[in-house]
Write a protein of this length. Structure first.
Length: 171
């Protein structure tokens, strides 16, 4: 599933399912109680693999967003104006829409925990090795998350990745 804590609370998760089509259909009435989208990916295990792809994509997006926030802060820009300007274009993402303000405010006590993201990235990196697929961005961001864990941030939202980027004095 994907959609973070917000999606779980509002019943808008997206589910990536693997298994027999008839089994997915039999469970659909229950899954619809907490999700807005149910996608049958394929055979058993395919949903987990799709979740790994999701986490690899998110890792890169969060890393880029963290750098953008710190860059704008260090430049002493009006963070609301920067968000307004860039969130409607090619940089727009769920992460930007839902984490820009909290990253700017250094608030991370919600959402999908870094400990869980590291577990998922580890699974994806290992699966990639088995498939002969290199995931260098995922591996690098996983190392960045390890740094935040070492700072005591393992249970914080994945957007706490910004904590590894020092704030400029006066920013």
């Amino acid at each position: 599933m994907t959609g973070s804590q917000i999606g779980a609370e509002s019943g808008t998760l997206t589910l990536m399912c693997g298994g027999r089509k008839d089994a997915i259909e039999a469970a659909r009435v229950v899954m619809e109680c907490y999700s807005r989208k149910i996608v049958h990916i394929g055979k058993a295990g395919a949903g987990q693999t799709a979740k790994m792809a999701n986490q690899v994509a998110i890792a890169g997006i969060v890393a880029g967003l963290a750098e953008a926030v710190r860059f704008a802060q260090a430049s002493h820009l009006d963070m609301d104006k920067v968000y307004e300007a860039i969130s409607g274009g090619a940089a727009q993402s769920w992460q930007m829409d839902n984490r820009w303000q909290s990253m700017n405010a250094d608030e991370f006590d919600f959402g999908f925990a870094i400990d869980w993201m590291r577990k998922d990235l580890g699974l994806a990196i290992e699966e990639g090795r088995g498939l002969g697929v290199s995931l260098p961005t995922a591996a690098l961001v996983d190392q960045f998350y390890a740094e935040v864990q070492a700072l005591g941030g393992g249970r914080q939202d994945t957007s706490a990745l910004i904590r590894r980027l020092p704030r400029r004095q006066g920013a």
